[in-house]
Design a protein around this ligand. Structure first.
Ligand SMILES: Cc1cc2nc3c(=O)[nH]c(=O)nc-3n(C[C@H](O)[C@H](O)[C@H](O)COP(=O)(O)OP(=O)(O)OC[C@H]3O[C@@H](n4cnc5c(N)ncnc54)[C@H](O)[C@@H]3O)c2cc1C
Length: 393
């Protein structure tokens, strides 16, 4: 029997493996951790909502049936000429592979940014950010240096804005629990572009900015970070800002293994794929999610979970078609829109043509979470995450 490997159990990989399961097709799913992380919710985990570990799902829970063989290993090399993946614990030969290893933070060669900022990208990074902020606030209780109460978030895209929305709700509570006056807390969001949430229409991004400013967030737009040192950020005009916490959410690039393996990549390191999601370089490899470069309307699709799940499904179906000696299908992305949460009870965005803000947008966002949990784990998973207070509906 032909050996199928899915590398990466994120949004693309898990959906692909579920598709294999649906058609009783044995496959091996390799992931660096034994769990699937709910990456699109990580601003909540980093921002003090719920327990960090509730934002992960054990892969054995998602795939109890041995038809999907689970391997916990970190892939360290892809050799598509030899048709094998290498990991820290073994070598994994395949007949067909789906690479869905996601992305890593993009630091744009900004001096000191990697060394002196905390990325918000994985469950562990969310845990580190949360602990770091808690420790800084505790230190303020010891030396009363206000630097400890200043949090800078670099990037005002979806991740950065959702994170400052959480901070605006959480930090007053944290101050209260540590018996610190919250009026000295500063949350500063620094963005190189002139606007926050560039994917939204003007009136919605203005609304979001106004709401967050009213909640205490300061936005510094058109402000390019040029250098970062320990607890100091320097902007293009020479201005320096000190902060106990510097979080970076300003962009992603594809997992470096794709470029290292010699796949043809775009400038963000994403491996180029054909319309069937097959690699342009090799007929036995499909690539999906943040590490795939798929041109649509003249430019590569953005790295979103929404598209990663769709790609994961189509890539899996095309592998199944190949096994059946059937024709491959082209991938047609469905871009439904973007919803951003601004803390637990407000949101903003445009979804399926409906532009919305406030409580209704937040409910809409919660429903997209329910839809995803249903897709990967059914009602049981929805109920489990509801019991852990991860859902507001
Ligand atoms: C805070 C935050 C909020 C977001 N909000 C949204 C949103 O609202 N809507 C939206 O559409 N998108 C959102 N995104 C983007 C979205 O999370 C990504 O586009 C999506 O996760 C990409 O899916 P993927 O399957 O390509 O990669 P991932 O989901 O990142 O999965 C990659 C998997 O590969 C594993 N892996 C990585 N390297 C190795 C290795 N060497 N060996 C083995 N396994 C490995 C990882 O552990 C992971 O399980 C958000 C991102 C963040 C960080």
């Amino acid at each position: 029997m032909e050996k199928i490997i899915i590398a990466g159990a994120g949004y693309a990989g898990v959906i692909a493996a579920r598709e294999m399961l649906k058609y009783d097709q044995p496959a091996t799913l390799i992931n660096a951790e034994p769990y699937h992380q709910l990456t699109t919710w990580l601003h909540e985990a980093a921002g003090g909502r719920n327990q960090v570990d509730d934002y992960k799902i054990d892969l054995r829970d998602l795939f109890p049936d041995p038809i999907i063989q689970l391997v916990v290993d970190e892939i360290t090399g892809i050799d598509w000429k030899k048709r094998q993946l290498t990991g820290s614990h073994g070598v994994y030969p395949y007949d067909y592979a789906l690479i869905a290893l996601g992305s890593t933070p993009e630091y744009f060669n900004i001096e000191g940014l990697y060394a002196h900022s905390l990325p918000l990208k994985s469950l562990e990074s969310a845990r580190v950010i949360r602990r770091h902020i808690e420790r800084e606030f505790m230190r303020y209780g010891e030396d009363h240096d206000e630097i400890h109460l200043r949090v800078i978030v670099g990037g005002a895209g979806l991740t950065g804005v959702e994170f400052v929305g959480e901070l605006a709700e959480w930090l007053p509570d944290l101050c209260h629990s540590l018996k610190i006056e919250d009026s000295k807390v500063e949350i500063i969001c620094v963005e190189a572009m002139p606007d926050i949430l560039p994917m939204l229409p003007n009136h919605l991004r203005d609304w979001a900015q106004h709401e967050l400013e009213a909640a205490g967030v300061q936005f510094m737009t058109s402000s390019k970070i040029v250098r970062v040192e320990k607890q100091t950020l320097e902007l293009a005009g020479g201005e320096k800002i000190n902060a106990g916490t510097i979080v970076w959410t300003g962009g992603v690039r594809a997992h470096p293994l794709l470029g290292d393996a010699g796949f043809t990549c775009d400038r963000k390191g994403r491996a180029k794929v054909k319309e069937t999601l097959k690699s342009v370089d090799d007929d036995r490899v499909w690539i999906a999610g943040d590490c795939a470069s798929y041109d649509w309307a003249g430019k590569p699709l953005p790295p979103t979970a929404q598209l990663a799940t769709q790609m994961g499904k189509q890539a899996a179906l095309n592998i199944l078609h190949t096994l059946q000696k059937e024709e491959q299908h082209s991938f047609t992305p469905k871009i439904y829109g973007t919803l951003a949460s601004l803390g637990p009870s407000r949101g903003v965005g445009a979804m399926v043509g409906i532009r919305t803000s406030g409580r209704f947008a937040s409910l809409f966002k919660e429903l997209t979470k329910v839809k995803y949990l249903m897709q990967i784990g059914g009602v049981r998973m929805v109920n489990r995450k509801r019991r852990a207070h991860l859902l507001q509906v």
